[in-house]
Write a protein that binds this ligand. Sequence first.
Ligand code: FE2
Length: 198
Amino acid sequence: MDKYDNLYDYLSREDVAELGRSYLEGIFAGDGHEKRVEEYALSIFDALSPSQKVLRNLLSAAARLHDIGHSIDERKHDLHTRTLLKQEQSLKVLPKHLFKSLMVIAGGHRKKIPEELRELPEEYQEDILKLMGILRVADAIDIGRDPALKIVHCHLNHKGSRLSIEFNRNVPIFVIERVAKKGELFETTFGLTLYITP
Ligand SMILES: [Fe+2]
């Protein structure tokens, strides 16, 4: 049962991907980063909450848009992402809570948790923090911008205390370190430890 609106009922998946591309053209090489972050994020999501389609779609859109703030400045680009999303006319079709959820997740992918989180209904806040936690991990996995790095399997241990992420190739140590650093919110909100299968 879904308590949220479905973002892709208001905008198509391609519209959102195109919106992300439009901000980042000439800044990032193509949309590879957002696409990979989306794929990593959804793989992790599917291992944990596979039936919640609307949350999955919200995460997908946030992944596609999380870095648009780079079009203003790399420094504080999370803050710039929030500013741009608030100004973006094409997102005005989204219901208020859905828009705010998107803005908080995308704009919360670095260190700070946007204060607008507290403006959302309390029963949404935990879900939003979880999606933000997944997005941070997915973004960290792509620190090396390696298009060949794929998640092949995410496995929750039988106790439900550890999520192992298995890749198709050896994961460089700097990626593992980045994930460990950026995985704190994920581990806290899900009550899980993250483990990367080398
Ligand atoms: Fe990113």
